[in-house]
Design a protein around this ligand. Structure first.
Ligand code: IFM
Length: 743
């Protein structure tokens, strides 16, 4: 097994989409699906720039599919290269995660008898963030006339929805071709330029078509003589960081392209490879066990975690599919704060800060949303897009094929735990970094604003405060009361707000009061904190996921566990029926034990874990990693390892096609969670870094970096025990396996 490569040795059109997603290439600014040069109907071309969203009439904003530069048509003596026609041999295709470069090699014999050896290379530069570079080497085995056509195709859509208005096409005197267009609603100008160069004498022409401009080359070549083609492309937009009104997208794009094209593919690649090399040398995680698949999955997770976030810009989040496909429209969910952010908090805290700053900038639209529903404070969007897009959760969901009507999607209104998740993430970030400036600039205001929301959202019933009519993380259930996860997380958020008010200076309070009125907040907080209903274990020791959960009827769980396809249960039951059954898509209690670890004694957690594990189908990609992490904490190392393995298979498994519309960012963050916070037992608590590693049977060793309050460590665990090495930063104390040590 090649642990550094997303690799295939056989061409299969049915696997095209999955490969395009899992082997996508990017740098946080932009992302390109790993599409092939020639067209196949099964393929889905997408290039996205992070933050370039557009809302079609009557629909939610989505990441707009941009003009494509990955198209590369090659014909030999008039016959088009097509791997489904003619014969292919020596095929291989690999994305090398060490450098971000993808290489496809094949021998192709056309029906007309022409034989070619071809190699395609492509990368998206991590240094020159606007650049996509491609190189194609064609070696004919006979004298042949090659016709090459490659350019900028602006006919791209998001499954049929065109986000751009009229396109401006250009051919520049220096051989560059270009396209500029503006998104229809958000009015973002996007520019794309390419330069195609050939080592051999070529008859060059430019072709235009509606929304497209292409460079064409006719090359007469001799048997055995390789023809080398290089295509460098640049993307720019009017949403680029630092873009000023007086700037020109077209000019910027041309500048980026000329600089990179002047250097050529190999030089731009060398610089990019060195950047990736440094990343891996400082951040690699190793896991040694009988099966190299796990090492590959960990490499895969780190690769994607690096390319999914814009590390410089705080105006966008991370999509549930990152930018690897159209799934979930590029929207950010709680996936970021609870599943993905911990990796950044403990490895790239500057990026974690940017992601939280994005949430801070959503405060105004969140306040408007709360007002719209008759609440106060900040009601965060369930789905976030561009920083001022507001709630982008589509109001209408899937079509009911029976009635022809679309079902109402209640998540935007009811899945309100997201506010507490964000407040929790602020606290988590602060605990691990000690970043007081962030708390002053954003963090305190965020926690207090969401706390204000909870105080208006609770309902007085049964002589206490309850939280009614919500959707918890387990989305099989809709319109439930007193969801344990939501109530406890809201309570935690309220307590954080109380503690902030108890500890801040008068001066800072005055500053805060310019943004949020905190007068008299202490007594209101004390009232709600004291009287908010928090579900407790019943007579069997089980904490109900929500009111009445334990009375719901059971199901033959075995039938739906370990299935390869998500949502199989919906083949047998309607949503309304599942709503009335004691079955979980993912278990809210297990989630809660992960976020707030000290609420219950170990016995209670263990009993509830077993109870909920039994009735959980893991029908959400967010489920397995948390169950693995909790199994580690509960000292069930073998189960933890088994669930970790399943989590690694969410995107990398053989038989799934559920990555076609993009990878699962939360599950990828979850690979890190299960390893670092699960096996590694790493956590920031109060003012301490606590590390309590376990070594499940079957794992020989693992090693991972951790950054805590400016000091970088490497944790090594093997059969001989735990070693913690300080790599950089000031010596600090750490609680390692229960003992306070100075590292
Ligand atoms: O945020 C999740 C949600 O919990 C379950 N449905 C998919 C969303 C995006 O991953």
């Amino acid at each position: 097994m090649k642990i550094w490569e997303i690799f295939e040795t056989e061409f299969s059109a049915n696997k095209l989409r999955k490969y395009e997603s899992i082997a996508c290439q990017g740098n946080g600014y932009m992302c390109v699906r790993n599409t092939l040069g020639e067209d196949y109907v099964q393929s889905q071309r997408n290039v996205f720039i992070n933050g370039v969203f557009n809302a079609p009439e009557g629909e939610a904003a989505e990441l707009a599919s941009l003009p494509d530069v990955t198209n590369f048509e090659i014909a030999a003596n008039g016959e088009r290269l097509d791997m489904q026609a003619g014969e292919i041999g020596n095929y291989s295709r690999a994305l090398d995660m060490r450098s971000g470069e993808t290489v496809r090699c094949l021998n192709w014999s056309g029906k007309n008898g022409v034989e070619l050896e071809i190699e395609f290379r492509r990368f998206v530069s991590f240094v020159k963030k606007h650049i996509v570079a491609e190189k194609v080497v064609i070696k004919p085995l006979q004298d042949v006339t090659l016709a090459v056509r490659s350019g900028i195709d602006g006919k791209m859509t998001n499954s049929g929805v065109q986000h751009f208005g009229p396109t401006m096409l250009r051919a520049y005197p220096d051989g560059r071709i270009g396209l500029c267009a503006e998104t229809l609603q958000s009015k973002v100008c996007v520019g794309v330029q390419s330069l195609l160069k050939c080592c051999a004498n070529a008859n060059y022409s430019v072709q235009t078509e509606r929304r497209g401009v292409f460079a064409c080359m006719l090359i007469h070549t001799k048997a055995g003589e390789p023809v080398v083609l290089e295509k460098i492309s640049a993307y720019a937009s009017s949403r680029d960081l630092g873009f000023a009104q007086a700037d020109s997208v077209e000019e910027n794009c041309g500048k980026y392209l000329c600089e990179a094209a002047g250097l050529g593919y190999d030089a731009v690649f060398a610089e990019n490879a060195a950047n990736w090399g440094k990343f891996w040398s400082e951040n690699a995680i190793t896991i040694e066990c009988g099966n190299p698949f796990y090492q590959k999955a960990v490499n895969f997770a780190l690769y994607h975690l690096r390319i999914m976030a814009n590390h410089e810009d705080n105006r966008m989040g991370i999509g549930a599919k990152a930018m690897s496909g159209e799934g979930y429209k590029g929207h950010s969910f709680w996936d970021t704060e609870i599943f993905i952010l911990p990796h950044y908090i403990y490895n790239v805290p500057e990026t974690a800060r940017k992601l939280l700053e994005y949430r801070c900038q959503l405060l105004d639209t969140s306040r408007e949303k709360a007002k719209g529903y008759g609440y106060s404070g900040a009601m965060y969007p369930w789905e976030g897009a561009w920083v001022d897009d507001g709630e982008t959760c589509p109001r209408l969901g899937d079509m009911d094929l029976g009635t022809g009507e679309r079902r109402v999607n209640w998540m935007g209104e009811k899945e309100i735990h997201i506010g507490a998740d964000i407040a929790y993430a602020v606290w988590h970030y602060y605990s691990a970094t000690g970043d007081k400036d962030f708390m002053k600039e954003c963090g305190c205001e965020m926690i207090l604003s969401v706390a204000e929301f909870w105080m208006s959202r609770v309902a007085e019933r049964n002589g206490r405060y309850e939280i009614l009519d919500v959707i918890g993380p387990d989305e099989y259930k809709d319109g439930i009361d007193n969801n344990a996860y939501t109530n406890y997380m809201a309570h935690f958020n309220l307590c954080l707000a109380r503690d902030i008010l108890a500890n801040i200076s008068d001066g800072f309070r005055q500053e805060l009061n310019k943004k949020i009125n905190t007068d008299g907040m202490e007594s209101r907080l004390a009232d709600v904190i004291g009287r908010l209903y928090l579900p407790v274990p019943d007579k069997d020791g089980i904490i109900p996921q929500f009111d009445g959960f334990r009375d719901l009827k059971e199901l033959d769980y075995g039938k739906y566990k370990n299935l390869e396809k998500v949502g199989t249960i919906f083949g047998d039951y309607s949503f309304e029926e599942i709503n009335k059954m004691r079955v979980c898509k993912q278990a809210d209690l297990v989630m809660l034990f992960y976020t707030l670890r000290n609420l219950f004694d170990k016995e209670t957690v263990k009993n509830n874990f077993a109870y909920y594990e039994n009735c959980t189908l893991h029908d959400s990609s967010l489920s397995l990693c948390i169950h693995s992490l909790m199994a580690s904490r509960l000292n069930m190392p073998e189960l933890a390892f088994e669930l970790f393995g399943k989590c690694c298979e969410v995107d990398l498994g053989e038989n799934t096609d559920n990555s076609d519309s993009g990878i699962h960012s939360a599950s990828i963050g979850g690979i890190w969670l299960a390893l670092a916070m699960g096996f590694g037992g790493v956590r920031a608590e109060e003012d301490d870094l606590i590390i309590e590693p376990i070594l499940p049977q079957g794992i020989k060793s693992y090693s991972l970096p951790i950054t805590y309050r400016g000091t970088k460590y490497r944790l090594n665990m093997d059969e001989s025990g735990t070693r913690l090495k300080r790599i950089s930063g000031e010596p600090q104390t750490v609680i390692l396996n229960g003992k306070t040590v100075k590292v």
